[in-house]
Design a protein around this ligand. Structure first.
Ligand code: URA
Length: 206
């Protein structure tokens, strides 16, 4: 197979998966999220970035990482000089889990059942894209990709480079929302002013 044919086949596979996932009703949240938010990016990406679940913005837009956390992630990608078009970005869970507070939709950590129900989609994406490196953003993604311990028995931790049973490398880094909560880039201050910024970049590209 030529590289172009291989890429076209992976793209077709992902398109098919996204269409199937759009109709998925394996978890109860499917009925209260606006839509399934499937992964996006290069069908044969060198690096696959995996977040937790779509947020309010992503749920409306139908694309991963388009809200504030996504903007911070975009800044990190730019700072690292990664070509955005060579990445594939997705989430461990494809629906926005939330509770209502008045008219506001507040992020809710997905339950174990939803994580388990969604895992097939993530593994199908990993299989289709076949990335040499996966970056798990936060503990939810790390648990989805590695379980409670990696193939060498190590517990996934931020800053750790882990190995899956299938041999793939998984780098675990903080979730961008954790940096937002820690005040990175808040109050008009440049992101570089916050000590966690450099630490995060070092986790993403050790
Ligand atoms: N947080 C995530 O984990 N994923 C998104 O797509 C957006 C915010």
């Amino acid at each position: 197979v030529t590289l172009a044919a291989d890429k076209a086949a992976a793209r077709a596979r992902l398109k098919d998966l996204a269409a199937q996932a759009a109709r998925c009703d394996r978890c109860p949240v499917a009925s209260c999220a606006t839509q399934t938010v499937f992964g996006r990016g290069h069908p044969r990406a060198e690096v696959m970035l995996v977040g937790e679940q779509p947020g309010d913005h992503e749920d409306r837009a139908g694309r991963p990482f388009v809200g504030p956390a996504g903007q911070l992630l975009q800044q990190a990608i730019a700072a690292l000089g990664w070509p955005r078009e060579a990445l594939y970005v997705t989430n461990a869970v494809k629906h926005f889990h939330h509770t209502l507070r008045g008219s506001r939709r507040i992020h809710k950590t997905p339950e174990q059942a939803a994580l388990a129900a969604c895992l097939d989609w993530l593994e199908a994406e990993v299989d289709a894209v076949d990335p040499p490196l996966i970056v798990a953003l936060g503990q939810t993604a790390a648990r989805a990709l590695l379980g409670a311990a990696d193939a060498d028995g190590a517990v996934p931790r931020a800053g750790g480079l882990h190995r899956r049973a299938d041999g793939r490398a998984v780098l675990v880094a903080w979730h961008p929302s954790a940096l937002l909560r820690a005040g990175v880039g808040q109050g008009g201050a440049p992101v570089e002013d916050h000590p966690r910024w450099a630490a995060w970049l070092a986790q993403l590209a050790p």
